[in-house]
Design a protein around this ligand. Structure first.
Ligand SMILES: [Ca+2]
Ligand SMILES: [Ca+2]
Ligand SMILES: [Ca+2]
Ligand SMILES: [Ca+2]
Length: 412
């Protein structure tokens, strides 16, 4: 990923004080005012640096810039979309140069940059991910016979991945390895938690649960069985902003209904919210008496140790350690075990996906953060790693599987 932009640089040029201490009053601005010259809703290019010279503008994607290809030496994006710049015509992804971010909404500002490259085409997209890689995370998994109803949303026994892009769209990446598709066309940025695993609506299909940031409500989005989501249902009328680590983890209570856990911010307690026969949540039960605020991620893994109870992984913020909290026969969690001795804070996302490699034991997918290194080499953000489950709650070591998972704001 490359994002090069300089915000409002040109307007600052005329205001730079010299070392003499002389006032800038009367100094001629060195640059044209790109905010004014480039109308809102347009991407503009200038033949000169500092938004000087002849201006060219477009409010639509341009597959061939023609003679302008060699002539854009500075530019500004004043459109409410990401602009992908390409060195070749027709948005050839192999010639992708970089993207120019959209102007921050409501501020009326344009994003400014300078350029020495040939730009032959410009495409506007909702998310910079669409400039040079697939619009969705690429994903493939083996069929499983272990827990086919855990992680699989379209009934092919291969676990699937759901992701949210920066534009607030929800994507479905099927385990078949085929192209992903949009299952939520927008508005998902209004959700401050997304979790999936298990069937809450009692139709045998896995569902997604989301917390609405503005209201603290909890919504159930029933899986359709083909990877999509049906009409949502309110399952928590409020107060969920007081909780963190909201995690659907399968049936912990042993009644055949999927359950939810979440930690209470004010007390650090962990609560179980049992799924009910009507697809809602019953009275909560205390299953962790404190200390859960020390965990910055909870992962509902499924049954990692083969005892038939779903288990929880938790990442400890201060140490970067990963802990296993095994589900017990009484609907609680047993004594924790150390699974990862450190370094787990280098992961941007930990994603429970069920059994990925067909071994019947659940595996863990991690998405790397900026600082990710392996054997001294810097890999950076957006690498997908798969940690194979050992069958006893532990994980095998992982290597980078593929890049291209950067830029998504949530996975479940
Ligand atoms: Ca599937
Ligand atoms: Ca369901
Ligand atoms: Ca249950
Ligand atoms: Ca277990």
């Amino acid at each position: 990923m490359t994002n090069r932009f300089t915000r409002a640089v040109a307007t600052l040029v005329g205001l730079v004080l010299t070392g003499s201490g002389l006032a800038v009053a009367g100094a001629a601005p060195a640059a044209a005012d790109f905010e004014v010259d480039c109308p809102r809703g347009y991407f503009c290019g200038w033949t000169g640096d500092d938004a000087d010279g002849t201006m060219w503008k477009t409010n639509k994607s341009v597959a061939d810039l023609g003679r302008w290809a060699d002539d854009i030496h500075s530019y500004a994006n004043h459109k409410d979309a990401e602009a992908c710049l390409y060195g070749e015509r027709n948005y050839d992804r192999s010639s992708y140069l970089w993207s120019v971010e959209r102007a921050p909404s409501g501020e009326g500002l344009a994003m400014y940059g300078e350029n020495t490259r040939v730009i032959r085409s410009i495409k506007f997209v909702q998310d910079p991910h669409e400039c040079d890689v697939s619009d969705y995370p690429s994903w493939a998994a083996s069929p499983t016979s272990g827990t086919p109803d855990f992680g699989d949303m379209d009934g092919d026994t291969r676990p699937d991945v759901v992701s949210r892009d920066r534009a607030g769209r929800l994507w479905f990446s099927p385990g078949s390895g085929h192209a992903g598709r949009i299952i939520g066309t927008g508005g998902w940025n209004a959700m401050s938690a997304l979790t999936r695993h298990g069937d809450f609506s009692r139709d045998g299909r896995e569902d997604v649960i989301a917390r609405e940031a503005a209201t603290g409500r909890l919504w159930l989005y029933p899986g359709t069985g083909s990877g999509g989501l049906g009409a949502r249902k309110l399952i928590g009328t409020g107060g969920w902003n007081g909780m963190r680590g909201i995690t659907a983890l399968g049936d912990l209570t042993g009644d055949g209904r999927s359950d939810l856990v979440a930690a209470e911010k004010s007390t650090g307690r962990l609560y179980l919210y049992p799924g009910t026969s009507t697809g809602g949540l019953g009275a909560r039960k205390l299953i962790g008496t404190g200390g859960w605020n020390a965990m910055n991620t909870l992962v509902g893994m499924g049954d990692t140790n083969g005892d038939g109870r779903p288990d929880l992984y938790a990442r400890e913020a201060a140490t970067g350690r990963l802990w296993l909290y095994p589900g017990t026969g009484s609907g609680g969690l047993g004594a924790r075990k150390l699974i990862g001795t450190g370094g787990w804070n280098g992961m941007a996302h930990l994603v429970a996906v069920g059994d990925v490699n067909g071994s019947d034991a659940p595996d863990l997918v991690a998405v790397t953060d900026d600082g990710y290194k392996l054997d001294g080499s810097s890999y950076g953000a957006g690498w997908q790693l798969t940690y194979a489950g050992h069958g006893d709650g532990r994980l095998e070591a992982a290597s980078p599987v593929q890049e291209g998972w950067w830029g998504f704001t949530a996975y479940c």
